[in-house]
Write a protein that binds this ligand. Sequence first.
Ligand SMILES: NC(=O)c1ccc[n+]([C@@H]2O[C@H](COP(=O)([O-])OP(=O)(O)OC[C@H]3O[C@@H](n4cnc5c(N)ncnc54)[C@H](O)[C@@H]3O)[C@@H](O)[C@H]2O)c1
Length: 427
Amino acid sequence: MATSRRDVLKLAGLALAGGSFPSIIIPSKTFAGVNSETLKVGLIGCGGRGSGAAKQALSADPNVVLHAMGDIFSDKLENSLAGLKKVHGDKVKVDEGHKFIGFDAYQKVLDSGVDVVLLATPPHFRPQHLEAAVKAGKHIFCEKPMAVDAPGVRRVLEAAKLAKQKNLSLVSGFCWRYDEPKRASFGRILDGAIGEVSTVYNTYYTGLLWSFPRKEGWTDMEFQLRNWMYYTWLSGDHIVEQAVHSIDMMSWAFGNKLPVSAIGTGGRQVRTDSLFGYIFDHFAITYEYPDGAKGFHFSRQQANTDTSYLVESLGTKGRAMVDCSKRVHEIYGANPWKYSGPSGDMYQNEHNELFASIRKGKPMNDGEWMCNSTLLAIMGRMAAYTGKRITWEQAMNSTEKLGPDTYTWNTAVPVAEVAKPGFTAFS
Ligand SMILES: NC(=O)c1ccc[n+]([C@@H]2O[C@H](COP(=O)([O-])OP(=O)(O)OC[C@H]3O[C@@H](n4cnc5c(N)ncnc54)[C@H](O)[C@@H]3O)[C@@H](O)[C@H]2O)c1
């Protein structure tokens, strides 16, 4: 997929001439990105996924360098940098002046002359970082989920619209949408292989994840940030942070149509230690669609339990199984089928497609569906926390904004009670 500088200029020139995108505004910054011989990447959030995304970005195009990194913790940044240098050597050109630490590190990365940014912090910060990246005219890879609350989703939706107008690529980390077997399976479902889809059962049952016991000298802010998954204001709870993958695939099976409402339950039954903040450890949600169709979602993070990570779609002509753990992709009924093609690497595909789109001057934009899938998960959490049926309109218009607006190491952080269905109010 090597693209010569001449080809890039030619393709970019086509776009400029209006051949490809007659109605799109192409600001100079974006265009400079398209024309650059070397694409400079900035990483914001240098943890596990951010480091993985940087590796994939550096492998996605022959002429890409890592130019700047930002994190709130220097240990995370240095660890990531050392690992990336081992894998990518000279492609990692992050000098001392391009290592940024602190709550404003994201803005410094954006101001450092990068063309593409990788957003991989805890989800609470995604709306702020994504909006700033679009305003700064950067192409974006952003990890899922897009926000932890409805005001955040609305902010990302606006930023995604602006990205479209600015001819910027915006690719999401809903990685299964970039997985070849999933694309083949959901492609067939959407082509009618199982008839009209009436029911989508989906699971994300998993065990425990990492946690860091409190160290002397850590403020509450540092403790919560190091254990961000267990605080709803930072992660959205595990239905939003993790199980959203299955909910996103449920939505895919339904052709991304929106439900009318969600009702469900959940709780914190086993993982009750204060080390695990105040999130739930299980959810069960029914999504109610306008024509009577239903999506049934179940998730949990509990030790010593059976795991399951699948999406099973039932239609008027058959059934489709997509099992992520067992790698099963099959259709049963009137149009039997089994996936037998290559598996590929979905994480690499995300970046291959992002960088190809930049080189070709043909922007991608996952904006609308990535926000809707995030809101589906938030709506499920709202239904479980409150014990009430929550409509799509209520969820989308919710004014509940989680967490502080400004951040310092001594900012007071929410120490919320565990939600109690029937008592926790919707807002
Ligand atoms: N698509 C996938 O398969 C997948 C897998 C894992 C994680 N994720 C997503 O990736 C994101 C990161 O998850 P992770 O597992 O890498 O977590 P992580 O804790 O390993 O990394 C997060 C990093 O962000 C840094 N950070 C926190 N707040 C910041 C801020 N305000 N500014 C700059 N840096 C900040 C942290 O210090 C840390 O280094 C999450 O949204 C998660 O849901 C996606």
